[in-house]
Design a protein around this ligand. Structure first.
Ligand SMILES: Nc1ncnc2c1ncn2[C@@H]1O[C@H](COP(=O)(O)OP(=O)(O)OP(=O)(O)O)[C@@H](O)[C@H]1O
Length: 346
């Protein structure tokens, strides 16, 4: 009787890369049976992912060669089956099944007023009678809690879920609540990327029509992770009407499209200034009414003026839609909310 080491066989097979899948047979956990008889003949059952289906011969040869290089092995019989599921595909899970219409709100760059727009828009949608939630996923600069004037920490209910704050008719939760205020920015991304999916599951949103998700500026992993874990129904891009901002927002739009997230349109913020004396619109950034929509190939959902009352409202935790319900700015937000609701079909 000869002695063949199973460990040696596994070690050799860990060097056999599955064609097309870029993973070793052992790491893929593709060894489904390994028998060695007294004479050193090896009978192995192997399962490979779909990517390898056209290269089974090549794989078989590599397996035979690898096993034959182990001491005392005589003949090798390989039986390969193909798993229909390709390796590396991430299964979609819907972590917020009670939300009918999750919307991502993104921008190409910071400071264009994405959080201001998200906050006022969420309240405007709630004013129209919808059940609305707002998730601040902008962990580089979580500012929604401040804009809503929320200072407390969220509480955990008997189901061990985080209870969102309810203010101005909107349920609000921020990833920023998970962080100590002095957590260095460099840690925020990696820490929160890990936490995001768990976080989504752990918030007691209840039944919602819309959940607006305020994304960090730029393009990246968080969008991808959300697309894999939330049935995102639409995305909205926020921009200011300058060519440089448009360039950046275009990148964000392209990324949404790559992830198959339908882009509902663009909201132009700080679009114009209304003169308090004569009521004339001044297009500060663009000179005249900007064809943002045409430039991006997207519908414009709303044009929000630049107004110091917007900033003041944000700073003191009383968004303008609540603080000045009759102002032209509030009307613009309500109009934008109506257009979005119509587009969503809810
Ligand atoms: N239409 C507006 N008129 C006047 N001030 C505005 C307007 N929109 C936003 N602001 C002010 O501009 C500043 C930046 O806005 P906000 O924080 O919403 O931007 P952001 O795009 O979310 O930025 P970041 O992602 O970098 O946090 C805030 O002080 C806000 O009050």
């Amino acid at each position: 009787m000869v002695k063949v080491s199973r460990i040696d066989i596994y070690e050799k097979l860990d060097k056999v890369i599955i064609p097309g899948a870029n993973v070793s047979l052992v790491k893929y956990k593709g060894i489904r049976g390994l028998e060695i008889d007294e004479d050193g003949n090896v009978d192995i059952k192997v399962e490979v992912p779909k990517q390898a289906e056209n290269n089974l011969k090549e794989l078989e040869e590599s397996v035979v060669k690898a096993i034959k290089s182990v001491e005392n092995v005589k003949e090798v019989k390989v039986n390969i089956s193909v798993n229909e599921k390709p390796y590396g595909t991430v299964e979609f899970k819907n972590l917020i099944p009670n939300v009918k219409f999750p919307i991502l709100i993104g921008s190409g760059k910071g400071g264009v007023g994405k959080s201001t727009v998200s906050s006022n828009l969420a309240i405007a949608m709630a004013k129209l009678g919808h059940k609305v939630g707002l998730l601040d996923a902008d962990f580089y600069g979580p500012s929604i809690a401040m804009m809503f004037g929320i200072k407390e920490e969220p509480v955990v209910n008997e189901k061990e879920k985080l209870v969102p704050f309810e203010k101005f008719g909107v349920k609000v939760m921020s990833l920023g609540f998970l962080l100590e205020e002095d957590t260095p920015v460099i840690w925020r991304g990696p820490l929160l990327m890990k936490a995001l999916t768990q976080f989504l599951e752990d918030v007691e949103w209840g039944e919602l029509d819309y959940l607006l998700i305020d994304l960090p500026p730029g393009t990246g992993d968080i969008q991808l992770s959300l697309a894999q874990n939330v049935k995102v129904k639409g995305a909205i891009a926020v921009t200011t009407p300058q060519d440089v901002a448009l360039l950046d927002v275009k990148k964000a739009v392209t990324m949404f499209e790559k992830l198959n997230i339908p882009v509902m349109g663009v909201i132009e913020n700080m679009s114009y200034f209304i003169c308090h004396n004569c009521g004339t619109k001044h297009f500060i950034f663009s000179g005249n009414e900007m064809d943002t929509g045409d430039k991006l190939g997207l519908p414009v959902l709303g044009r929000i003026p630049i107004d110091s009352a917007i900033r003041e409202g944000g700073d003191k935790g009383l968004p303008i839609v609540v603080g000045y319900p009759e102002s032209p700015v509030t009307k613009e937000f309500l109009e934008t909310a109506k257009i979005i609701a119509e587009k969503s079909g809810l």
